[in-house]
Design a protein around this ligand. Structure first.
Ligand SMILES: [Zn+2]
Length: 148
């Protein structure tokens, strides 16, 4: 009978805040080095730096909902404040707030999605918790090629 063993490394906690910050910066939540996205919002299948599988993410519409929630609350409170203080014309209000909301949404969406993917990775959701996916057990591209 084997002696007591230490818990497997894949059971170690992954820091949620760090993973979300790395994701929001567009970096791999595991290593913080490799780029998370291939384009504007498409998540890479694997981290080019550490080889962590990233295709397990299930962001779906979550980042869009969070972005809308944040932008709409900011825009509504700013709109009320600006209108109350300065009473600009309707066209100025429409132009500034439609344009500003659109621009802010486009800027925030990749950051929110990156943080979303980082959260899922840190919480081992949707297949991120499999032992083979843990960076400590991940097969790096170099070691995979050296096996051939
Ligand atoms: Zn990585």
């Amino acid at each position: 009978m084997p002696a007591t063993t230490a818990p497997p490394t894949h059971a170690a906690n992954r820091p949620v805040g760090q993973a979300m910050r790395r994701g929001a910066a567009g970096r791999c939540p595991a290593c913080g080095e490799g780029r998370l996205f291939t384009g504007y919002l498409r998540v890479k299948d694997h981290c080019p730096s550490c080889g962590t599988d990233l295709h397990h993410h299930r962001a779906d519409d979550g980042p869009a909902y969070v972005t809308i929630l944040i932008v709409s609350h900011l825009a509504a409170s700013l709109m009320l404040t600006i209108y109350t203080l300065y009473r600009p014309s309707t066209l100025v209000m429409l132009g500034v707030f439609v344009g500003g909301s659109l621009l802010l949404s486009l800027l925030m969406l990749p950051r929110v999605k990156g943080a979303w993917v980082g959260f899922q990775w840190a919480k081992r959701m949707h297949g991120f918790g499999q032992a083979a996916e843990d960076p400590a057990h991940a097969v790096s591209p170099q070691s995979a090629e050296s096996r051939r």
